[in-house]
Design a binder for this molecule. Structure first.
Ligand SMILES: O=C(O)CCC(=O)C(=O)O
Length: 617
């Protein structure tokens, strides 16, 4: 098979829904980072930021141990032992040395506490009304705080940041808690906010690779009712409080959690406020230990200060997931000499909405420009890439899934342009989407019945059949898709790939692609798809033959594919062990690129990539 391209599916008219469910520019292009990937990581481009993210809903529970660096884990474990009076019965697989724990004196734990820093950091906003101080009676005096330390200036923006909590919650799916400090969903903790003072034994250690914090609510708070304010004292936390329970579960099941800080978080030694950053995502952490502690007024900053009462609080030790590479706040120091800060413009922040109309005259395919879309200044550190990538390692088999998301407006415009071109070319007849029968249906029923079925299927599909044309004759939407996919893979994975097959699928409302695997003779290790239009959920589960007991028959991983995302399945094991389904929310086009080995591929009469299991419903 030479260079071929397959296109297929239903024709659609102007009237059909083309509305994009834009998500807004929530993630920034990765800062340039000179670090080398760790030995355990695959080889990545130095310009990318890699995050280990569990999926939105399901994280395979045995994935987590590989996320953490073993050396650091030991250190963390030792340090945590000094801070915890007694272990919780969490059934943790952490090989705790309880005897050693008793022998370490708590005062040996070096604490990094920056007190009262928020007062220095955050001037009141211009024009803001300052609430009158409420001084309830009988409040114990604030404990003496260690001396103030100046904050270290940051030369780089956090990869994900925002100015308001609303922006964070609306755009960062790992933290959607508008009020509480813990974001959890279905009992699974996903995000944790660090703010203001910690308790005395809270810590930000190993450059932030170990964070100890108390969390889970029931802190003292001020309540206002009928114009009367009163202080509600702190209460004991309980292991079945919703947020405590979710955090303990995350610890037990070794699920990563996103840590978000605000500019009042006193233990973060860098100056976020100078950059105008109120909220920053630190990255992903594992909760490696959890314990409960009796906290008295004298011992902690944030306590029940109404009297001499002690309350039970839960403490959590968060350990940095090493595969993210070095924390972003560390990479900034090396950059200071290279980066001319005067030339560097602030990148797009979370929650800012693109106004695409302003850009009508610009060439959306020109993604090489390094101008900041906001202010027009050159910003090569941020805009030369314009995407963000997350990596997900397989637990069974060798392979990885990569989600590369556009982060700059320019990258999004490129996707817009391809989406538009697909529709124009389909309308003009240059691109013929065709309905395909389910092979299983065609075999089992007469042609007449299968044609009837086709009406319902509106199948979007081809590989190596009538619709197949060489790339030089292919509709430009397909050519552009292949180029975008190849470019992203080259930038993000540092791999030069030339795909020789592109399958384009169009999904109308309520259509989806059923569970299938792309395991076909001649298939190359990379399969990469560009998503256009409405968001879709992509789910992975083990193939039946590898899950005979059906114990893990359920969905193991799920991803939200959004407009402009490139999703890469890397490794033949992805197809060998797993099957995937794609369920769009509405009208959507997907271009999936593959490399097919001509000598081993299926014959042209047999769609190379279709199988009885691959169906559009
Ligand atoms: O629609 C998509 O994004 C993926 C299509 C797919 O699963 C495939 O072509 O194998």
């Amino acid at each position: 098979m030479g260079d071929t391209v397959g296109t297929a599916s239903t024709l659609f008219s102007e009237e059909e829904k083309t509305e994009l469910l834009e998500d807004g520019p929530k993630k920034l292009g990765p800062p340039r980072d000179e670090r080398q990937p760790s030995e355990s990581s695959p080889k990545f481009s130095e310009n990318m930021v890699t995050l280990i993210l569990p999926t939105e809903w399901d994280l395979p529970v045995n994935l987590a141990p590989s996320l953490n660096d073993a050396g650091l884990a030991n250190k963390v474990s030792n340090e945590v032992k000094t801070a915890r009076p007694q272990p919780l019965d969490l059934d943790l697989d952490l090989d705790l040395d309880l005897e050693a724990m008793q022998m370490v004196k708590p005062e040996d734990l070096e604490l990094v506490v920056i007190p009262s820093a928020h007062e220095h950091r955050r001037p009141p906003m211009a024009g803001a009304t300052v609430a009158p101080a409420i001084v309830p009676e009988n409040i114990a005096p604030e404990p003496d705080l260690p001396p103030f330390r100046p904050l270290i200036p940051l030369n780089t923006y956090p990869p994900i940041w925002a100015q308001t909590r609303q922006e964070v919650c609306e755009t960062f799916e790992w933290f959607r808690s508008y009020q509480g400090g813990v974001y959890f969903n279905n009992d699974i903790a996903k995000g944790y906010l660090l703010s203001a003072f910690g308790a005395r034994r809270d810590a930000f250690k190993h450059d932030g690779r170990l964070i100890i914090s108390h969390g889970g609510g029931r802190a003292a708070s001020i309540h206002s009712e009928k114009g009367q304010s009163s202080l509600r004292p702190a209460e004991d936390q309980k292991s079945d409080d919703k947020s405590v329970r979710a955090l303990l579960k995350a610890c037990r099941e070794k699920r990563p959690i996103a840590l978000v800080i605000d500019d009042r978080y006193a233990l973060f030694p860098y100056d976020l406020s100078a950059l105008g950053v109120t909220y920053a995502v630190l990255g992903f952490y594992m909760i490696v230990e959890a314990w409960e502690k009796l906290i008295s007024d004298e011992a902690e900053y944030e306590t029940d200060r109404t009297g001499a009462r002690s309350v039970v609080k839960y403490k959590f030790a968060f350990q940095w997931c090493e595969r993210q590479g070095e924390p972003w706040w560390l990479s900034q120091s090396g950059k200071a000499e290279e980066l001319d800060l005067d030339e560097d413009a602030p990148p797009v922040k979370v929650g800012e909405v693109d106004d695409l109309r302003e850009e009508e005259d610009s060439d959306p395919t020109d993604v090489t420009s390094t101008e900041c879309d906001q202010c027009g200044k050159g910003s090569p550190q941020v805009y030369s890439e314009g995407w963000w990538m997350a990596s997900f390692y397989l637990i069974i088999g060798n392979g990885c899934l990569y989600q590369i998301q556009p982060s700059s407006r320019r990258a999004k415009l490129e996707a817009d342009n391809i989406f538009k071109t697909y529709q124009e070319e389909a309308n003009s007849g240059q691109l013929v989407f065709k309905r395909w029968p389910l092979r299983a249906v065609a075999e089992r029923f007469s042609p007449t019945i299968s044609r009837t079925m086709l009406e319902n299927l509106t199948m979007s599909y081809v590989g190596g059949t009538d619709n197949t044309v060489p790339f030089d004759k292919a509709p430009s939407a397909v050519v552009m898709s292949r180029k975008l996919i190849q470019d992203r893979i080259s930038q993000a994975l540092d791999r030069d790939t030339e795909f020789n097959e592109v399958l384009t699928a169009a999904y109308m409302e309520k259509q989806k692609m059923a569970f299938h695997s792309d395991e076909e003779v001649g298939l190359g290790p990379l399969v990469a798809g560009l998503s256009l239009g409405s968001p879709a959920m992509m789910h992975f589960r083990l193939q039946k033959k590898h899950d005979k007991e059906r114990q893990q028959r359920g969905i193991l991983m799920s991803f939200t594919l959004r407009h402009g995302d490139v999703f890469v399945m890397d490794g033949l094991d992805v197809q060998k062990y797993y099957e995937h389904t794609v369920v769009p929310t509405n009208f959507r086009i997907a271009a999936t690129a593959r490399s097919i080995n001509a000598s081993t591929a299926a014959t042209p009469t047999e769609p190379a990539l279709s199988g009885p299991h691959k169906s559009h419903t």
